[in-house]
Design a protein around this ligand. Structure first.
Ligand SMILES: NC(=O)c1ccc[n+]([C@@H]2O[C@H](COP(=O)([O-])OP(=O)(O)OC[C@H]3O[C@@H](n4cnc5c(N)ncnc54)[C@H](O)[C@@H]3O)[C@@H](O)[C@H]2O)c1
Length: 301
């Protein structure tokens, strides 16, 4: 899957998943604008790509503002002449329970993930529409955005919002042949190394030990490199007809998420639904179909 001639911006690509995405896109021939807030890791990423025969430059700017978004698009155009692929990957965590979460913690996460994805995609879409040759927008969701997670009010809001924007943009940008998809990854990075139930697997990866099938398949947990193939695929011409999707990937697992959809529907007889009528029908029609909250894993056998 050759990406020669394509130009990609990958936000937050100094380390973790973003670095794996940038390296994989470059390995397949794309010229990459590496972005991070941390100048040192951004330069190291550029050096690693250059050292493997790829092409990359670093644009150090905190994603979240219109100015940062424009700087990234401008850098792609001034350096490589065009923009074909945007991967909205930059992210932070500020985890705590609702009653302890400060406005600053909420705003920091929403600004980086949600506003960052909005501003960067808007700037990229304007450029791609001008070019008139289509394009690829990839945004990054999370299992937390899909089903919720304890201690992640800000992150759940941002990640669910990102998938909502992706489905909207897929409609708005279809005519310009710009595809927009969400990737819902899981991988060992700085972001997951403190998650208690993943700890033994993070340790195993650090020691160079293979992960058990339960981790790679049921939990969908592996290395950042395990996720990068999906980014390259979505960036390629092969994926021209795939848009508006939320695709889960991690370890040996690849999955298509549904959007929220009605699972049980009952109708009133032209009178609408009174509280009493709902109380009567709930146990019969809805109780058995209540939805779970949080990720549900099959127990290890
Ligand atoms: N690791 C996982 O299992 C997992 C699961 C679901 C979603 N994600 C998402 O994947 C993305 C990457 O996560 P990761 O695990 O690689 O995290 P990471 O912390 O290893 O890397 C994130 C990178 O983004 C950079 N960054 C932070 N704020 C920035 C900003 N405003 N502008 C530019 N760069 C910024 C950081 O400096 C860092 O280099 C995030 O959007 C994250 O929410 C990760």
């Amino acid at each position: 899957m050759d990406l020669t001639g394509k130009v990609a911006v990958v936000t937050g690509s100094g380390r973790g998943l973003g670095l794996a995405y940038a390296q994989e896109l470059a390995r397949r021939g794309a010229a990459v604008v590496v972005n991070d807030v941390d100048a040192e890791v951004a330069q190291a990423a550029v050096d690693s790509i250059g050292g493997s025969g790829g092409t990359a430059v670093a644009e150090v700017v905190p994603v979240g503002t219109s100015e940062a978004a424009q700087a990234l698009v401008d850098r792609a155009v001034s350096e490589f002449g065009r923009l074909d692929v945007l991967v909205n990957n930059a992210g932070i965590l500020r985890d705590t329970t609702l009653w302890k979460m400060t406005d600053e913690q909420f705003d920091a996460v929403v600004t980086t993930h949600l506003r960052g994805t909005f501003t960067c995609t808007r700037a990229a879409a304007i450029r791609m529409r001008e070019q008139g040759e289509g394009g690829r927008i990839i945004a990054i969701g999370s299992p937390t955005g899909q089903v919720g997670n304890f201690g992640q009010t800000n992150y759940a809001a941002a990640k669910a919002g990102i998938v909502g924007m992706v489905r909207t943009w897929a409609m708005e940008l279809a005519r310009a042949q710009i595809t927009v998809n969400a990737v819902v990854p899981v991988a060992a990075t700085a972001m997951t190394e403190t998650v208690p139930f993943l700890k033994p697997y993070v340790d195993a990866l650090e020691n160079g030990d293979p992960l058990p099938p339960y981790a790679r398949k049921q939990l969908g947990f592996g290395s950042a490199a395990d996720v990068a193939g999906l980014i390259a695929f979505l960036a390629s011409d092969e994926a021209a007809a795939i848009t508006g999707q939320a695709i889960g990937v991690g370890g040996d697992r690849l999955a298509l998420w549904t959007h929220p959809t009605e699972t049980v529907v009952e109708f009133a007889d032209g009178t609408g639904w009174s509280a009493e009528a709902i109380a009567e029908i709930w146990p019969k029609a809805f109780e058995g179909s209540k939805q779970t909250v949080g990720q549900q894993f099959e127990p290890e056998s």
